[in-house]
Design a protein around this ligand. Structure first.
Ligand code: PEP
Length: 233
């Protein structure tokens, strides 16, 4: 069974040098760790230096979003071929912060899922409920579902949300069971205030194969402990 941990750095750290140092620390802490895929998703301008830092390690590279267009007059957008050329194998799509702050709709997420699969990258689709997942996967052939990673990530559980607290692992299991009826055999992850302390409970009771991690991914030692929890429980 695949274990997968996605590090979502969001709009952090503050500069290029700090990004290079952070990626280096994560690489050192996870040097001997096997049995889990770890994907680092830095902001776009840091992708190249993080790619350089992750070379010759087992850590993989991902992006936090992508355009569904391959090129053309789309000011401010980043294409999937550009991301692929930088070494990205994964793309986070439909994150609740993009939905809330940039007006990302399910129709847009859906176009991005199609484009990501066509480009040969792995879409990491973030949803809060079953309706979103149905809309985000509209028209995607069932034969492609195994290539998709679905994150159940309630926005109220994201650590930066006001009064955030992690979801109840039993509630995560209930939700993942529901999402599984829609997108099986996709791999399911949980996101929202995951730490090395609570990760084990989600793996045991939540029916997930890994996590999307925000804040904790910016602290290399804590992140490494969290990754180790995903392997050893
Ligand atoms: C996220 O950004 O997707 C996230 C889950 O953040 P955090 O782990 O900080 O709650």
């Amino acid at each position: 069974m695949e274990r997968l941990i996605i590090a979502n750095w969001k709009m952090n750290p503050k500069n290029l040098k700090a990004a290079f140092v952070l990626a280096g620390s994560v690489k050192r802490y996870l040097k001997d760790v096997r049995g889990v895929r770890v994907v680092i998703c830095p902001p776009f301008p840091y992708l190249a230096v993080v790619a350089r830092q992750l070379k010759h390690s087992s850590l993989e590279l991902g992006a936090q979003d992508a355009s569904w267009e391959p090129s053309g007059p789309h000011t401010g957008q980043i294409s999937l071929p550009m991301l692929k050329a930088l070494g990205c194998g994964f793309v986070i799509l439909g994150h609740s912060e993009l939905r809330a702050q940039s007006g990302e709709t399910d129709a847009m997420v859906n176009r991005k899922v199609h484009a990501t699969l066509k480009a040969g990258l792995v879409p990491i689709v973030c949803v809060e409920n079953a309706v979103q997942l149905i809309k985000d996967l509209r028209g995607v052939p069932r034969s492609s579902y195994a290539k998709i990673r679905v994150v159940y990530e309630p926005s109220w559980a994201i650590s930066t949300a006001k009064g955030a607290k992690p979801a109840d692992p039993k509630e995560v299991r209930r939700m993942v069971q529901k999402l599984d009826t829609i997108a099986s055999p996709a791999v399911f992850l949980y996101g929202g205030s995951v730490s090395s302390k609570n990760a084990g409970a989600f793996l045991k009771k939540g029916m997930v194969q890994g996590f999307l991690v925000g804040q904790a991914s910016l602290r290399p030692r804590e992140f490494a402990n969290l990754v180790k929890k995903a392997i050893f429980g």
